[in-house]
Design a protein around this ligand. Structure first.
Ligand code: HEC
Ligand code: HEC
Length: 458
C-alpha cells in the first residue's frame, strides 16, 4: 500500500514538473558539490617568510586533537578545530561524515547522541532559546561530557558529570542549532574597515533605484544593520549573527565553547566541578619561557594567525555548466537583487599585514544583519542581532559546501534560496528577502539553472 502511494505521489510530482516546464527544457537543479579541485586551504599570496611560519604552526594547532590531560572539556562539542572546519580543506565547514558521532562514545565516554546529530548530517552546535525561568538564554550548551573518557593525554577518572538532556529541551522546542561557518579568507573579512561597510550599506538604496525596484514597500528594502560591539561601538562581523569583531576573539571563544579549553581570553572552565578538571586553568596560555616567538604564543593566537593568513576560496571560471552559463548566472544574481545583501566584493583597508592591505575580498556579503522572517528566525539574541536577524552569509566557497543555512537544514541550493522567503507573523516581521525571492521564483528554468551554476562556481 505504502509503495503504491509512493509511486503515485512520484507520478504526481513528475506530472507537476512536466506541466511547469516548456517542452524539451530541463528542470533546473542544484548541480551539487563542484567536482574540480578544492580551491581552498592554501595560504595568502605575498606573505613574508615569518608569516608563512606562523601559518604553518597555526595549521598544526588547528588540526591537533586535544585530550583530557591538556584541558578537553569537562563539557565539549568536539576535540579539534579541524574536525568541524574541514570541508573541502582545513578551515572549511562540516564534512560529509559527522565526527561528533564517533567522539560521543570514543575512548570510554558514554554520551548519548542528541537527535540532531547524525552520521550524514552536519556538525551541529546547540543553544537554548530560554532559561527555565522564561528569560532569554542564547548561550551554547555543550553536547558531550568527558565522564568515562580515557585518552592519550589523560584519564577522566572520578569525573561523573552528566550530559545535558537534549531530548527534554527539544521536547519544549527550546533548542536552536548552528553549523560551522568556513574561515577561508578570514583575514580579509577582518581587515574591511567599518567605514567601507557603512558606505556599502548606504549604496544599496541607490543600486535598487537603478534596478527599478524602488517601488517596493520600504520595509522590504534590504538595507541591513551592523551588529555593533557593546563597548567600543565597532562593527562585529564573524559568526551567523555577526557577533564577533576579531578572529582572535572567535578563536578564544571557540576553544572554550567547542572544546572546553580555557584560555587567556576565556579563562573560566565551562563547568568547574573539581573532580572533572585535569589540567591547570587556563588550559592554554602564553609560554613565557619559550625560546622563539612562535613557540611563545598561545594556541588561540596560532589559530588566529592561521585563519588570518588563509587564502579566500578560488572560484572556477567554467565549472559547473560552462563559462557562458556562469556568466549569465552572475548577471541574474545582481539583476534580481541577491547582490543587494550578498555584496559581491568589498575592499580591505590598510593593514599591518601587507598581504591584507587594500585587497578585494570577493565575499558576496555586506556583513550586515537582516530580518529574515519567521521561517529562518532562531529566537536567539546576540548583541544587536535580534531573534530573526542573521548576517548575510558570505557565499565564497559555496561550490564546495555540503550543508546550507545557519542550522544546516538543507543540502540543496535551491531549497536554501527558497527558505529566504516567509511572510510576517505576530512575533516576526516578513523576511527582507521576500521581494527578491518573488523575482527568483519568476525566473525561467534555464535562468534558475544559470544562477545555480554560478553559485556552485564560487
Ligand atoms: C563542534 C564544532 C566546532 C569546533 C570544534 C570549532 N568550531 Fe568554529 N564554528 C563552529 C560553529 C557552529 C560556528 C558558527 C558559530 C556561530 O555563528 O555561532 C563556527 C564559526 C567559527 C568562526 C567564524 C567564522 C565566520 O566568518 O563566521 C571562526 C573564526 C571559528 N569558528 C574558529 C574556530 C576555531 C579557531 C576552532 C578551534 C579552536 C573552532 N572554530 C572549533 C563549530 C566549531
Ligand atoms: C535580505 C538580504 C538577502 C537577500 C536579498 C538574499 N540573501 Fe541569501 N542570505 C541572507 C542571509 C541573512 C543568509 C543567512 C540565513 C540563515 O542562515 O538563516 C543567506 C543565506 C544564503 C545562502 C546559504 C549560504 C550558507 O552559508 O549556508 C545562499 C545559497 C544564499 N543566501 C543565496 C542567495 C541568493 C541566490 C539570493 C537571491 C535570489 C539571495 N541569497 C538573496 C540574506 C539575503
Amino acid at each position: 500500500m505504502r509503495t503504491r502511494m509512493a509511486v503515485l505521489s512520484t507520478l504526481v510530482v513528475s506530472l507537476v514538473i512536466l506541466a511547469r516546464s516548456a517542452p524539451g527544457q530541463l528542470i533546473s537543479r542544484d548541480p551539487g558539490v563542484r567536482r574540480s579541485a578544492a580551491g581552498a586551504g592554501a595560504m595568502l599570496a605575498g606573505l613574508t617568510a615569518t608569516q608563512q611560519a606562523f601559518f604553518a604552526s597555526g595549521l598544526e594547532a588547528f588540526s591537533e586533537a586535544d585530550g583530557v590531560g591538556n584541558g578537553l572539556g569537562p563539557r565539549f562539542n568536539l576535540d579539534s578545530c579541524v574536525g568541524c572546519h574541514s570541508q573541502p580543506a582545513a578551515g572549511g565547514t562540516s564534512p560529509a561524515v559527522n565526527p561528533q558521532v564517533e567522539i560521543a562514545t570514543a575512548l570510554g565516554a558514554r554520551n548519548v547522541l542528541p537527535a540532531f546529530v547524525t552520521i550524514d548530517g552536519p556538525v551541529r552546535e546547540a543553544r537554548l532559546k530560554y532559561k527555565s525561568d522564561g528569560s532569554r538564554d542564547g548561550g551554547v550548551r555543550s553536547l558531550f561530557v568527558i565522564s568515562g573518557r580515557r585518552d592519550d593525554r589523560g584519564d577522566a577518572k572520578g569525573c561523573a558529570i552528566a550530559q545535558d538532556d537534549f531530548a527534554y529541551h527539544l521536547g519544549r522546542n527550546n533548542v536552536s542549532l548552528r553549523i560551522p561557518t568556513p574561515v577561508f579568507g578570514g583575514g580579509l573579512i577582518e581587515a574591511i574597515a567599518d567605514a567601507a561597510l557603512m558606505a556599502n550599506a548606504g549604496a544599496s538604496a541607490a543600486q535598487k533605484t537603478t534596478l527599478g525596484i524602488g517601488g517596493r514597500p520600504s520595509r522590504l528594502i534590504p538595507v541591513g544593520n551592523p551588529n555593533r560591539n557593546g563597548n567600543d561601538g565597532t562593527i562585529a562581523r564573524f559568526g551567523w549573527k555577526a557577533q564577533n569583531r576579531s578572529l582572535l576573539m572567535f578563536a578564544g571563544e571557540a576553544y572554550n565553547v567547542e572544546q572546553g579549553i580555557s584560555n587567556e581570553l576565556f579563562p573560566s572552565e565551562r563547568d568547574d566541578t573539581p573532580t572533572c578538571l585535569f589540567a591547570p586553568t587556563p588550559n592554554d596560555a602564553t609560554n613565557t619561557d619559550a625560546a622563539t616567538g612562535i613557540d611563545a604564543v598561545a594556541d588561540i593566537q596560532k589559530f588566529a594567525m592561521f585563519m588570518r593568513f588563509l587564502a579566500p576560496p578560488q572560484p572556477s571560471s567554467d565549472q559547473p555548466g560552462g563559462a557562458a552559463s556562469i556568466g549569465r548566472g552572475r548577471s541574474l544574481f545582481t539583476s534580481i537583487g541577491c547582490a543587494l545583501c550578498h555584496t559581491p566584493a568589498l575592499r580591505t583597508g590598510a593593514s599591518t599585514v601587507s598581504a591584507l592591505s587594500s585587497q578585494t575580498a570577493n565575499l558576496f556579503s555586506d556583513l550586515l544583519l537582516h530580518r529574515m522572517g519567521p521561517g529562518l528566525a532562531d529566537d536567539v539574541v546576540q548583541g544587536d542581532a535580534g531573534p530573526d536577524e542573521f548576517r548575510t552569509a558570505p557565499l565564497w566557497g559555496l561550490g564546495q559546501r555540503l550543508f546550507f543555512l545557519h542550522d544546516g537544514r538543507t543540502s540543496d541550493l535551491i531549497e536554501a534560496i527558497q527558505a529566504h522567503a516567509s511572510p510576517g507573523t505576530g512575533r516576526f516581521a516578513a523576511s527582507e528577502a521576500n521581494g527578491v525571492i518573488t523575482r527568483f521564483r519568476a525566473l525561467r528554468e534555464s535562468d534558475t539553472q544559470d544562477l545555480s551554476n554560478f553559485l556552485r562556481s564560487l
